[in-house]
Design a protein. Structure first.
Lengths: 394, 146
């Protein structure tokens, strides 16, 4: 097999051809600025409105509650910083978890350091779930915001969002969820789940890069993030990224329409991949929950070997994957998510994440497992940890 | 991110394995930082020439490549000459390393020193200029901010 096998769809996805087609006219034909009054710009205004509706429909929101941003990180920053500003007279306490994306964690650290926030970082269990009991116990009269991710980007665990929403509502606390990995992948309804704010990003669902949205429930007080013009109901200034918005709308609608069939197929391939690895590679383990996990997420640890060397070897076969090892995190520590679920360092260093897409085939999965087995054998044969372990076994 | 030489030494590492009844064995690094190197030396007791050198490494591409290159650089040299093989020499021989991977080359230098130290202890000799190796080079190393 001499082609690309792309198994890093949690990092980014291929922009769908129909998404690109939908975007193209908004570069050269309908390039008008939506803030102008002449007829020519009418197409631009309509296009934004349509995309807003397409996206709102996916999560059961109203179109006025969708605010376009430049992506997931901006949405997370906005939700936390601006909600803190708006509600700090009520209290300064935020509750989040230890396995959030850095867009949440580093924003929380900033709010603690610079803005006087007090943040509780909830522990997670060995599968990556927060405890609802811990959450409820952490709420104080000072608590203004709970921010818990919908599904984890590394280990794929889907948090009990509905229950978190119920608890937040009972205590009159705002609930924000980072749904960058979940939007368009699993069913979401902001009313049924009592979600007040939700972040999402276009390029994770076969949409374009550089576009995201923050859902803000009507009635939630939140400050503007970018000051300037009157775009996005005066809450996020700047001329709209209309091609991006159009592409995002089409991608969202497409993701919603194909969700049921796509996720059933992804789950079948995912479980085949997990099953073969656990059965055929000794000293391997699954990270994250086996059932309550994203349909396309596989995260395993292969003991006694290090993630980056695995990735380099896979790359030689055209297989794109990722790892939570220190060498891929840009620091000396392995991924904070793998540490939070209690993995010892050497097992966290040997993690391998493979995230499937609708285009992934059974043939590709089998090819990957066959190559992975060879790679693991080879790296173990040169691993002093494996040598020591085998000597102890004798 | 890696030079061709690094990729070459990673994909076709030289001198992987163990030496049975090696004259000196040194293990450095720890699982916490994600790199462990073990060097085996076969040294001629009379001439002090390193006749053979092998390694086993748990770590990233740079860790494997620096181990491989270090074994190549010390093989056939005397102990005194091997002590001159610094992390810079290993890096230069590999056409450089990304800044975050420099510690791998330090680890490779340290692994050679650890194996020589083991040899010296076993033979109750003193090797001029050889300090007792730290087995964890990441200690005291400042973590950089990115």
């Amino acid at each position: 097999m001499d082609k690309l096998i792309y198994l890093d769809n949690a990092a980014t996805t291929k922009t769908a051809p129909e998404v690109v087609q939908a975007m193209l006219p908004y570069f050269t034909e309908y390039y008008g600025n939506a803030s102008t009054i002449y007829d020519f710009a009418g197409k631009s205004k309509e296009a934004i409105m349509q995309a807003r509706t397409q996206i709102a429909d996916v999560i059961g929101a109203k179109k006025e509650e969708i605010y376009f941003t430049a992506g997931g990180s901006e949405s997370d920053n906005w939700a936390l910083k601006a909600a803190f500003e708006a509600y700090k007279s009520k209290g300064n306490h935020i509750i989040t978890s230890k396995i959030e994306h850095h867009a949440i964690l580093h924003t929380c650290e900033y709010l603690e350091k610079e803005r006087g926030a007090r943040v509780t970082y909830l522990d997670v269990d060995e599968n990556g779930f927060i405890s609802l009991e811990d959450l409820e116990k952490a709420i104080t009269p000072e608590t203004i915001l709970i921010s818990i991710m919908f599904a984890n980007n590394e280990i794929g665990t889907i948090e009990p969002v509905r229950e978190i929403g119920r608890i937040a509502k009972e205590h009159g606390v705002l609930f924000h969820t980072d749904a960058v990995q979940a939007f368009g992948q699993v069913p979401i309804n902001v009313d049924e789940m009592n979600i007040d704010m939700l972040s999402s990003s276009g390029h994770k669902i076969n949409g374009p890069k550089g576009i995201g949205f923050l859902y803000i429930r009507k009635g939630v007080k939140i400050r503007s993030f970018v000051h300037g013009g009157a775009q996005e109901r005066k809450r996020r200034a700047g001329t709209e990224n209309i091609p991006g918005i159009v592409g995002y709308g089409v991608a969202a609608q497409r993701a919603q329409e194909t969700m049921e069939k796509r996720s059933a197929e992804e789950i079948r391939l995912r479980d085949h991949l997990i099953g073969r690895i656990l059965k055929e590679i000794p000293y391997s383990r699954l990270n994250g929950d086996a059932v309550k996990r994203l349909p396309n997420n596989v995260n395993v640890s292969l003991q006694f070997i290090e993630g980056e060397s695995m990735l380099l070897m896979l790359d030689r076969y055209g297989i794109c994957a990722s790892s939570g090892s220190a060498c891929t995190s840009g620091s000396l520590d392995p991924s904070h998510v793998l540490m939070a679920i209690g993995l010892p360092h050497e097992i966290a260093h040997g993690s391998l994440r493979m995230t499937l897409s609708e285009e992934t085939t059974l043939e590709e999965i089998d090819f990957v497992v066959d190559r992975l087995k060879e790679i693991v054998d080879r790296l173990r044969s040169m691993s002093p940890l494996y040598e020591d372990f085998m000597k102890k076994q004798k | 991110m890696y030079s061709e030489k690094v990729i070459d030494h990673f994909t076709n590492p030289r001198n992987v394995g163990e030496i049975e009844d090696a004259s000196g064995v040194g293990t450095v690094g720890n699982a916490k930082c994600g790199d462990i190197m073990r060097m085996f030396l076969d040294i001629d007791d009379e001439t002090h020439i390193i006749k053979d050198c092998k390694f086993k490494t748990f770590g990233c591409g740079a860790a494997v490549a620096t181990s491989s290159m270090a074994t190549e650089l010390v093989k056939g040299k005397t102990i005194e000459e091997a002590l001159q093989v610094t992390n810079k020499a290993v890096m230069e021989a590999l056409d450089g390393l990304p800044p975050v991977k420099i510690h791998c080359s330090l680890l490779a230098e340290e692994a050679i020193h650890a194996a020589l130290w083991d040899y010296a202890e076993k033979h109750d000799i003193k090797i001029e200029g050889l300090k007792k190796p730290k087995n964890d080079i990441s200690e005291g190393e400042e973590e950089e901010d990115y």
